[in-house]
Design a protein around this ligand. Structure first.
Ligand code: NI
Length: 193
């Protein structure tokens, strides 16, 4: 519960900051000026290819920050993303689901390659150096921090649990908490396709 409270607080703060910067129009669909959630990143996908935010231009993206060793929120959220896209049918080909790791030390290219196919054939896993991951997390206003009390190889990572829907132009459209159902997410995506 601590993680949820922390993540929720961090995200509310991020939204308050976003509201100050851009104004209420961000939350009504129309956007003015620079996007405040999202932005440039350079990472490596689970097949070892370098990708940037521009690699996904022309497609909607459904982005979640998490890690493969996460016992609870991450697999649940990734399965909900996969279920939502299943419900959309063929139009889901226009939506790229993405996991960006917040645990790049353990989530190597190989680790992601073994993990992401569990959530559908289209799921992409992204990793990078800690600097690259931190930059991507900052762009999406994602909080993450290695939890205290673990060992060098066995540890948790506290992190925001938010699913972002970004448009084909890379701009933020909306977000979902991990309490959203696949039906709700599918309906929201369909409204924007
Ligand atoms: Ni998690």
């Amino acid at each position: 519960m601590l993680l949820v409270a922390f993540a929720a607080t961090a995200f509310v703060l991020a939204l308050l900051i976003a509201r100050l910067v851009v104004g209420p129009s961000l939350f009504g669909g129309a956007q003015i000026g620079m996007p405040v959630i999202g932005g440039p990143f350079q990472l490596t996908d689970h097949q070892g290819r370098t990708v940037t935010e521009a690699s996904f231009r022309g497609r909607f993206t459904l982005i979640y920050f998490g890690f493969t060793f996460c016992p609870d929120f991450c697999p649940t959220s990734l399965q909900i993303m996969a279920d939502a896209l299943d419900q959309i049918g063929p139009a889901a080909q226009r939506v790229q689901p993405i996991l960006i790791t917040v645990d790049p030390e353990r989530d190597t290219v190989e680790q992601l390659a073994a993990y992401v196919p569990s959530f559908g054939p289209n799921m992409i896993g992204l990793t990078g150096t800690m600097e690259q991951i931190s930059a991507a997390a900052r762009a999406y206003r994602v909080y993450f921090k290695k939890a205290d009390g673990g060992s060098a190889t066995d540890y948790g990572v506290d992190h925001s649990s938010i699913i972002y829907l970004m448009g084909p132009d890379g701009r933020f459209i909306t977000h979902f908490t991990h309490q959203a159902t696949a039906e709700q997410i599918a309906a929201a995506i369909k409204r924007n396709l």
